[in-house]
Design a protein around this ligand. Structure first.
Ligand SMILES: NC(=O)c1ccc[n+]([C@@H]2O[C@H](COP(=O)([O-])OP(=O)(O)OC[C@H]3O[C@@H](n4cnc5c(N)ncnc54)[C@H](OP(=O)(O)O)[C@@H]3O)[C@@H](O)[C@H]2O)c1
Length: 226
């Protein structure tokens, strides 16, 4: 049977490349984006199927679950990639908390809701995988100041990853947090590594064997310090 994979924020950057690489591996890829036309255009390019989905919109998520259920009856891989607000202009001392809350809606509560809503379909898979795209900026071991909205939301995403991994281990659903490294996208800016390189570690986590790791934090398949 095909592997059915769903990627959030699939219309550009790393998300689009995840779709391309998973499709090239033979997965049936559902490329989701908050703009229907952007999803359709990127899906044509990557060999995926488009689906409109804003991860902050509970009703949109419920509709997406129904669509995937009707079409495939299960989900094997969920890649929580969509994120916003790499707030280099802020410090924790002076941060606008409205911006911090807004970032959490997309970067933390979005993935959390996605997991909760898609869990019945993931449980029907024999090889469920959840990949939370995180950042080494979330590593408490190396944390300094700056980018407070982004860093706080990704650190909480890492905590969510640990909890979900523990709670879903018995269901054979592997849950990991992956840092793509500094990647040359709209978010990363010029100078980062090629998108295909940053994406490979995400695809690695999406295609882990059943005895692969869960509850880990990785870049390029290598463990990072929490
Ligand atoms: N680039 C880096 O150097 C780097 C480093 C570490 C971690 N990361 C992580 O890698 C992931 C991808 O980053 P990127 O560099 O590819 O970023 P990007 O180029 O800015 O793309 C972000 C994607 O997220 C989508 N998105 C934003 N809010 C959304 C929402 N509410 N619902 C659905 N989609 C939404 C965007 O859609 P629209 O086009 O509609 O805005 C876009 O497709 C993120 O989780 C990021 O934190 C990136």
């Amino acid at each position: 049977m095909d592997t059915v994979s769903l990627v959030t924020g699939g219309n550009r950057g790393i998300g689009k490349e995840v779709c391309r690489q998973l499709a090239a591996l033979g997965h049936t890829v559902i490329l989701t984006a908050r703009s229907r036309s952007a999803a359709a255009a990127a899906a044509r390019e990557t060999g995926a199927e488009p689906l409109e989905l804003d991860v902050t919109d509970q009703r949109a998520i419920t509709t997406a679950v129904r669509r995937v259920d009707e079409r495939y009856g299960r989900l094997d891989v969920l890649v929580n990639n969509a994120a916003i607000t790499y707030d280099t202009w802020q410090t924790a001392v002076t941060a606008d908390l409205a911006t911090v809350r807004e970032a959490a809606e997309t970067n933390l509560y979005g993935p959390w809701l996605m997991v909760q809503e898609f869990l019945p379909l993931l449980r029907r898979s024999h090889h469920g995988r959840i990949v939370n795209v995180s950042s080494e900026a979330a590593s408490l071991t190396h944390m300094g100041g700056g980018t407070p909205a982004y860093t706080a939301s990704k650190t909480a995403l890492n905590a969510l990853t640990r909890m979900l991994a523990a709670e879903l281990r018995a269901s054979n659903i592997l849950v990991n947090a992956i840092c793509p490294g500094w990647v040359a996208t709209d978010m990363g800016g010029a100078g980062g590594r090629p998108v295909a390189d940053g994406t490979a570690g995400i695809v690695w986590a999406a295609t882990l064997p059943d005895d692969g790791p869960t509850g880990g934090f990785f870049r390029d398949g290598n463990p990072l310090e929490w």
